[in-house]
Design a binder for this molecule. Structure first.
Ligand SMILES: [Zn+2]
Ligand SMILES: [Zn+2]
Length: 376
């Protein structure tokens, strides 16, 4: 037992089986096999006292529980909502934030259209009031100016915007066909006065969420005690370093956005595998978590979005290869190898038939069969 994580429970095989549920659908039976489950990593032990599962006891959410919830989220009245909308709040620096690739990834991940809209026409800093304001293009076509709740530290010239105010504004402009509308910003956000910062907040009932990439920039150095104590590392002019910074921010943003949109789709934190949906207590923990979901959360996404699992993995693999996400390339290839191999039973009989020509000894057949799989 780890003293700081004495309430942490290793998931038992029986818990995982129960969370996966039973399979009546034959098309899934061929994918959700023991060999497929072996391509997923186990849930790691908490490494630090401030890791999520050292701090919190999560109940976990089974496939059946999510299915029940998603029936209320996905009614016939909401069946036309098939698009994820993204919007940018304020200025972004395109040299470090690869927005086009993030949209591309989100589309591959959820296998539904992802569109960018721009209801925030302008976001400005007011020097007299030390407050952010914005102009919003409302659904009726009119523009209106709004003050944003802001906190400001003069000494460090650092400000944070209240995430709740942004959520309030988003609810005014959610498109009819939106599964959700997510605002992304490079400005720093907070919620409670005691917060160091907040990466984001989702309001599931209103289908809106807002997330800040500010603290995800690998060049940012910040003090864990004071919210206003942040500075940027000296920015490199070297092409290679700019590319590395942009790529790392992209990877972190892909993880953040898909994790949060999954929450908007009713998927709760995962306690069964090492998984995209694991909770994270701090950024270092977040940065070590995988981009892909475990089989239980894959099943939840699949029933909700009805995609072709094989095609989705192929498209994700292509994205990981374009952006050199090496760990994800390895993980996805393993899954595709297993999915694309015929089930062992079928393969076994085909192999036997062929090998019958060279041997009649069943023991030899099974030995050569085992070797065949070990070699791969
Ligand atoms: Zn979460
Ligand atoms: Zn999971």
């Amino acid at each position: 037992m780890i003293p700081y994580a004495d309430r942490f429970k290793i998931p038992q095989q029986s818990d995982i089986k129960k969370a996966l549920g039973t399979f009546d659908d034959n098309s899934l039976n061929t994918i959700f096999t023991e060999r497929f489950y072996e391509t997923f990593d186990s849930l790691p032990f908490p490494k630090k006292p401030w890791d999520w599962l050292a701090q919190y006891v999560e109940k976990g959410q089974t496939y059946a529980q999510h299915l029940q919830l998603s029936r209320t989220l996905h009614t016939s009245a909401s069946s036309h909502r098939n698009t994820i909308y993204l919007t940018i709040f304020g200025q972004i620096d395109k040299t470090i934030f690869d927005l086009d690739s993030l949209i591309d990834y989100t589309q591959r991940f959820f296998q539904i259209p992802v569109k960018l809209i721009n209801p925030f026409i302008d976001v400005q800093w007011n020097n007299e009031t030390n407050q952010w304001t914005c102009i919003l293009n409302l659904s009726n076509g009119k523009n209106r100016s709004f003050k944003l709740q802001t906190r400001y530290n003069e000494k460090n010239n650092h400000s944070q915007i209240s995430v709740r105010k942004i959520l309030d504004l988003l609810t005014k402009v959610v498109p009819m066909d939106a599964r959700c509308l997510v605002a992304l910003t490079m400005y720093d956000l907070y919620d409670d006065d005691t917060d160091l910062f907040i990466a984001g907040l989702a309001r599931g009932n209103n289908r809106v969420a807002a997330f800040s990439l500010y603290r995800y920039d690998p060049y940012l150095i910040f003090n864990e005690s004071n919210w206003f104590d942040c500075k940027m590392k000296v920015v490199s002019e070297l092409e290679k370093e700019i590319e590395e910074r942009r790529n790392l921010l992209l990877l972190r943003t892909c993880r953040l956005l898909t994790h949060e949109v999954c929450h908007l789709f009713g998927i709760e934190h995962c306690i069964y595998y090492s998984c995209l949906m694991n909770g994270s207590g701090h950024l270092d923990e977040d940065f070590t978590q995988p981009l892909l979901e475990c089989p239980i959360d894959l099943r939840k996404l699949h029933i909700f979005l009805k995609f072709n699992i094989n095609k989705r993995y192929e498209e994700l693999l292509e994205f990981f290869q374009i952006h050199n996400f090496y760990d994800e390339i390895k993980m996805t290839k393993k899954k595709l190898d297993v999915i694309n191999q015929p089930p062992q039973g079928m393969n076994s009989s085909a192999k036997r038939k062929r090998l019958c020509n060279v041997t009649t000894n069943d023991e030899d057949v099974s030995q050569s069969f085992t070797k065949h799989f070990k070699d791969e």
